[in-house]
Design a protein around this ligand. Structure first.
Ligand code: ADP
Length: 319
């Protein structure tokens, strides 16, 4: 089983020929759909066949009810706090013809997911094989979830996204696997070392240098996702999770990417699912699956709705 502790947002998306300037009005098309890093990752894990529990917070409003209906459709178990007076999280997304966007998020209920509520789910968190979380809900709730799962010997994954205040506030001591993208990696490094990281360009670093930087974080395993270039894995000595090397790269899959929104979410959900479904296999197998699953997700528009099913994944990559 996979337990995801994280956010749900209702995404409102307007597509226009170009982004409006301040004071300007443009005409465009509108659609709405489920989003939020936590929910997207949970949907990915569930679609790959892992029994998945979503723990989060929703408002007592129509958007919250809609989320509960969607969860049933996606076969997600839900443990949801409904804080009175808070709205369900929402995001206003404006996209132009080239796929560039402008986003405003109103976190609403996500921001007040409480430590107490998470502690109330201790039994579920301790029973899950893998607990996966991000930084789009209250940081104290995230740390509580990681600590509860770690104390029961479960695998904990922290996706340190989005990059904002949470990145410098979070304690990494209960994280087994950290999964930043390049920007998040630079931000986490800066936060841990108390200063900006020289030359943010992770892209230009050699494998040994990248591994040395990963090791500064004190987390047993770090997986840096590199967009179209795939990802980089770094393990602490003696904690190889069935792998043969302490560090290695996995190349990106060639795909016709049309929308990379949620690629990181697809990667994290798939990694958690693979680790939960095949606990005895080398870590590299799970990362390879996540890398392929995330690549496939970029061939479709949308976030949660873009997550491929297990059958769609197998049709492309077999296994
Ligand atoms: P985020 O979406 O969080 O910014 P990345 O851009 O690093 O994260 O993408 C996450 C993963 O998605 C990558 O490690 C890779 O597996 C996959 N991916 C993203 N963009 C592409 C692409 N254009 N082609 C192939 N795979 C991609």
């Amino acid at each position: 089983q996979v337990a995801v502790v994280g956010s749900y947002n209702q995404d409102h998306v307007w597509v226009a020929d170009r982004l409006p300037a301040p004071g300007e009005t443009r005409l465009g098309r509108y659609h709405t759909g489920p989003g939020g890093k936590g929910f997207n990752q949970a949907v990915a894990a569930a679609r790959l066949g892992a029994q998945t529990l979503f723990i989060g917070a929703l408002g007592e409003d129509p958007a919250g009810e809609h989320a509960m209906d969607l969860a049933r459709e996606y076969h997600l178990a839900m443990r949801v706090q409904r804080p009175p007076g808070e709205a369900t999280g929402s995001a206003a997304v404006i996209v132009d013809g080239q796929g560039r966007n402008q986003i405003v998020v109103a976190p609403g209920a996500n921001a007040v997911l409480s430590e107490r509520f998470v502690r109330g789910q201790a039994e579920q968190l301790r029973a899950a094989h893998v607990v996966l979380t991000q930084l789009e809900v209250n940081t104290a709730a995230v740390e509580t979830a990681l600590a509860l799962a770690r104390s029961a010997g479960r695998i904990t994954i922290l996706n340190p996204a989005p990059v904002d205040a949470g990145v410098s506030a979070i304690a990494l001591s209960d994280t087994d696997i950290l999964t930043p993208n390049e920007t998040e990696f630079a931000a986490v490094l800066a936060a841990q070392r108390g200063g900006p990281v020289a030359g943010e360009g992770v892209a230009t670093l050699g494998d040994d240098e990248l591994h040395a930087l990963c090791r500064r974080l004190g987390v047993p395993t770090v997986v840096v996702t590199l967009g179209a270039r795939g990802c980089f894995v770094s393990h602490a000595d003696g904690q190889l999770r069935g792998d043969e090397a302490t560090h290695y790269r996995i190349a990106g899959e060639a795909v016709e990417a049309i929308d990379t929104t949620g690629a990181g979410d697809a990667f994290n959900g798939a990694l958690a699912a693979a680790l939960a479904l095949h606990p005895g296999r080398p870590f590299a197998d799970a990362v390879r699956l996540a890398n392929r699953y995330a690549a496939l997700s970029t061939e479709r528009p949308g976030a949660a709705l873009a997550m491929p099913t297990r059958a769609e994944f197998q049709a492309r990559y077999g296994g």
